[in-house]
Design a protein around this ligand. Structure first.
Ligand SMILES: *[C@@H]1O[C@H](CO)[C@@H](O)[C@H](O)[C@H]1NC(C)=O
Ligand SMILES: *[C@@H]1O[C@H](CO)[C@@H](O)[C@H](O)[C@H]1NC(C)=O
Ligand SMILES: *[C@@H]1O[C@H](CO)[C@@H](O)[C@H](O)[C@H]1NC(C)=O
Ligand SMILES: *[C@@H]1O[C@H](CO)[C@@H](O)[C@H](O)[C@H]1NC(C)=O
Length: 853
């Protein structure tokens, strides 16, 4: 029974946590009517009845309420007006009547909302079906909560009670939402159109919640579906709303309907001048129906409302995706240009273009908050909700949790107490057969009082009693769970459905499902000289001594500096000439290309100011490398560790790294041949892939995990042999490939398997994943970063989709150069489940035949 109780408590706790996460990650904060953050002066009304029912009493606390003067007639338009002080994304309105310790009996059965962003032009709110009236209260005390569908962006709100009969009404009000940090106050666009294809339902792609003017087939001066926080589904015919028409979530245009210009022009106006970093456009990509994301966009900027458009636009070309039909956010960098107004032209890539949401990111003026922890950063794709997590509700939430836990503890205590009494009773029974009298006295058995209350007197034995109690407890817990909404009403603004955990954002899943990132692992990743080395789990630093290092000590004075190749946090890599190295290594040792007596080598050197941790890592790196011996792995030739600074000497790879090499080349064709453009052939690319798989096969056979396989870590020698390395030689060049977590570590997230990102788990199987990405790089000739359309946060979000595996994850597309069978191989590398991924041996066997063809 106790185990059962414990389980119940845990279940309740978990549900509460999910609820809290759900609340905090959504824009549902009380805006301060009740707790006084909205000042009396900001609450006004068209009229009031007595002094004691003025607008400032419209807060949910206390006895008072706002009551308009006299009886409210059906034709009346009395209102309570609230100035929120700033643009706000308003999601919920809660109302109550005048209770006044049960002496009041006035409330509003229904009401309407008017709102205004500037305080001058008022608009009336309508729900998605066009109905402006919301249901209000049914009695004077209970609070009724209305979710606004659609939510509104506004600063001023008017609540207008409506009535069918002449009555007196009074209201108390609370508003819920969050600050509108986007700052967008209006957008203008061509009106969306009807899609009438034969054999499909008609999709109406208009902006049905737009609150500006519609003139000559153009929308202007308002906000609508592009800012309502609802993103469309992959199939634009399906929607997230009930009782609406197909295509509801999207605003869409046909390419030939707007003249022959081939683009859609939109204008955006903001509350003040901002320096824009990026724009995110959520766009459909159902290419099978002729819908694609835009092919390019060009944005012009205007610093003040009365100014000319600046001549120089920011242009951005997207990478079109013919493989993955999911709707997606396209991030358009805006280069920190300052503007109050923006004009963007989105160019068609196909017959249709459909957007469901547009948001803007700009430089924040004051960095008042410290950086958000990683898990919070993850939800920033949902800008309105995450930018300013106001945690004013946390005390309420904690209070409500504590109450529930206390209740459960009390019940468990009661059960134990009764058990004790029951045992005593049975003992007495055994010694004293005249039980009746004992029971009649009853004083000893305090518990009977409770049991009688619960109607359990029919129980005879302790065991039976116990099962009754358990039954009651279970029922209680189930009731509790079912009534979650009533237990924590204020916490989230109340009566909405249970959160759907399968729909959770990575932010929530981080809290509810997946374990946290192992921090120690992250720090380890960074390595010493800015390079990550092969990780060996069982290696401890203490055990490292000179004798562990099998490479020979080379006389330092015989290294002649030529040039600096790169540098990392604690070290540098130099190109040096090593005099007498062939003799030093002895005959039979395969040597790099020699130049007479001396040999060119790369020397990685630890700086004098390196920390002892870095020093240990450097020695560890040497130890591991000295054990590796494979034609496709960079070779450690010798070391200088008998005195400072510590050095390691490796082969010098003349052709640099594979990323640089490929990105400067085109695929071989008659054109490249005729114009003498540097080129590679498809069989070169396949040969490279085989070599990398061969090197990785070797590492895997030694159970070494590389952790950072990518083209930037594959080096090429003079004969274009690939050797896998991990030198931070050019790390600075590739800094955008790494994701910085609060300055603690840099992670190559675009190459990492989902389990490495979410669970901090690095295995040979996660190397296989990275190998798939490396192959992809090779066959795009490194012209593009993996998932270049996604921001770092979105990449991590996508990782969550891989984890959930509900078909919403975005895969890399198949490069045009890549044979289909090879793309299948890549896709297998990105299998969610580790057993489904190929091994390096398998990859090598699968790739090798391609080369001989
Ligand atoms: C509400 O807004 C509508 C315009 O949408 C206007 O006609 C009406 O007078 C407004 N009512 C109040 C009380 O502001
Ligand atoms: C949008 O299209 C739907 C369906 O055709 C129509 O019912 C609705 O009135 C339209 N909305 C506007 C604002 O034009
Ligand atoms: C619209 O798209 C079709 C199909 O891609 C294309 O043939 C046509 O030229 C496009 N029209 C315009 C005006 O861009
Ligand atoms: C915005 O950019 C301008 C230069 O274009 C700069 O002077 C200004 O300080 C920037 N403002 C912010 C908030 O970064």
């Amino acid at each position: 029974c106790c185990v059962l109780c414990l389980c119940c408590v845990l279940i309740v706790l978990c549900l509460c946590c999910v609820l809290i996460v759900f609340c905090l990650s959504h824009c549902r904060y009380a805006l301060g009517m009740e707790d006084g953050r909205i000042k009396d002066d900001d609450i006004t009304a068209s009229s009031q009845w007595y002094e004691t029912t003025g607008p400032q009493y419209a807060r949910s606390e206390g006895d008072g309420a706002w009551c308009p003067e006299g009886q409210l007639e059906p034709s009346d338009s009395q209102y309570l007006q609230v100035d929120l002080g700033r643009l706000t994304f308003l999601t919920i309105v809660g109302t109550q009547g005048r209770y006044a310790r049960s002496s009041g009996n006035e409330f509003a059965r229904a009401y309407r909302l008017n709102y205004s962003r500037d305080g001058l032009l008022w608009k009336s709110w309508r729900n998605r079906l066009g109905n402006p009236v919301m249901e209000g209260n049914k009695n004077a005390y209970a609070s009724v909560i209305n979710d606004l569908h659609p939510p509104i962006v506004t600063r001023h709100v008017r609540l207008i009670p409506v009535t069918k009969l002449s009555t007196t009404v009074c209201m108390r009000v609370e508003l819920y939402g969050c600050p509108w940090d986007d700052g967008l106050i209006s957008y203008a666009a061509p009106e969306g159109q009807l899609m009438m294809p034969p054999g499909y339902p008609i999709a109406s792609l208009n902006d049905s919640t737009y609150d500006g003017t519609r003139e000559r087939r153009r929308l202007s001066g308002g906000l609508g579906q592009l800012t309502d926080g609802v993103i469309g589904l992959d199939d634009f015919l399906l929607t997230r709303q009930y009782h609406v028409w197909p295509g509801y979530d999207y605003l869409g245009w046909r390419n030939d309907s707007l003249g022959t210009q081939g683009f859609v022009e939109m204008e955006f106006v903001f509350d003040r001048q901002r320096n824009f970093t990026s724009m995110k456009v959520h766009s459909n990509n159902m290419f099978s129906r002729g819908v694609k994301i835009f092919s390019s966009v060009s944005c012009q900027f205007k610093p003040h409302l009365i100014a000319n458009w600046e001549a120089e636009p920011v242009a951005f070309k997207t990478v079109l995706d013919d493989r993955n039909p999911s709707a997606r956010y396209v991030t358009v960098p805006l280069n920190r240009r300052a503007a109050k107004s923006l004009r963007c032209r989105f160019y068609f890539a196909d017959v249709w273009m459909m957007f469901s949401e547009i948001s803007f990111q700009s430089v924040k003026k004051i960095k008042s908050r410290t950086r958000l922890p990683m898990s919070l950063v993850l939800i920033s794709a949902n800008p309105s909700a995450s930018d300013s997590p106001d945690v004013s509700n946390t005390p309420v939430l904690i209070g409500c949790l504590v109450t529930i836990i206390l209740l459960l503890v009390i019940i468990i205590f009661l059960i134990l107490w009764c058990q004790y009494d029951c045992k005593v009773l049975e003992k007495v029974k055994r010694h004293n057969p005249t039980l009746k009298s004992v029971e009649a006295k009853g004083r000893l058995f305090r518990c009977f009082y409770f049991e009688r209350e619960f109607g359990m007197m029919s129980a005879n034995s302790c065991k039976e009693r116990r099962s009754y109690w358990c039954l009651y407890l279970s029922v209680f817990v189930i009731m509790l769970v079912l009534n979650m909404n009533y237990f924590c009403p204020a916490a989230c603004g109340g009566g909405y459905a249970e959160p759907d955990v399968t729909q959770c954002t990575p932010h929530q899943c981080f809290h509810s499902n997946a374990p946290h990132y192992a921090e120690t692992d992250i720090v380890r990743l960074q390595g010493v000289t800015g390079s990550n080395m092969y990780a060996v789990p069982a290696l401890t630093v203490d055990s490292l001594t000179r004798k562990d290092i099998s490479a020979a000590e080379f006389p330092r004075q015989q290294l002649i500096f030529r040039e600096k190749l790169g540098e990392g946090q604690f070290g540098e890599v130099h190109l040096c000439e090593a005099e007498g190295l062939p003799e030093f290594l002895g005959e039979g040792s395969p040597l790099p290309d020699r130049d007479g007596h001396s040999v060119l080598v790369a020397v990685k050197q630890l700086r004098a100011d390196a920390t002892s941790q870095a020093r240990n890592d450097f020695l560890k790196e040497i130890k591991i490398m000295s054990r590796l011996n494979d034609p496709n792995i960079i070779r450690l030739l010798c070391v200088c560790v008998s005195s400072d600074p510590l050095c390691m000497v490796t082969e010098y790879m003349e052709n640099g790294d594979l990323n640089m090499f490929l990105s400067q080349r085109e695929i071989e064709s008659t054109l490249t041949y005729a114009n003498n453009i540097p080129s590679v052939s498809l069989s070169d690319l396949l040969h490279m892939s085989v070599q990398i798989s061969s090197g990785m096969k070797y590492l895997a056979s030694l159970n070494f995990v590389h952790r950072d396989l990518a083209t930037r870590n594959c080096l090429l020698d003079r004969r274009l042999t690939i050797k896998i390395a991990d030198f931070g030689m050019s790390r600075n060049l590739y800094s955008s490939d790494y994701y910085r977590i609060q300055g603690r570590a840099v992670l190559p997230i675009r190459w990492m398997a989902w389990e490495s990102i979410l669970l901090g788990k690095f295995t040979t199987a996660s190397d296989v994943w990275a190998f798939g990405v490396t192959l992809w790089e090779i066959f795009t000739l490194c012209k593009e970063q993996p998932y270049s359309l996604l921001s770092d946060e979105q990449v991590i979000e996508n990782t969550g989709e891989f984890f959930r595996n509900q078909g919403r994850q975005i895969f890399l597309y198949g490069p045009p150069l890549c044979p289909p069978s090879l793309f299948e191989l890549m896709m297998r590398c990105w299998s969610r489940d580790i057993p489904d991924r190929p091994t390096f041996e398998g990859l090598y066997q699968a790739l090798r035949p391609h080369v001989s063809q």
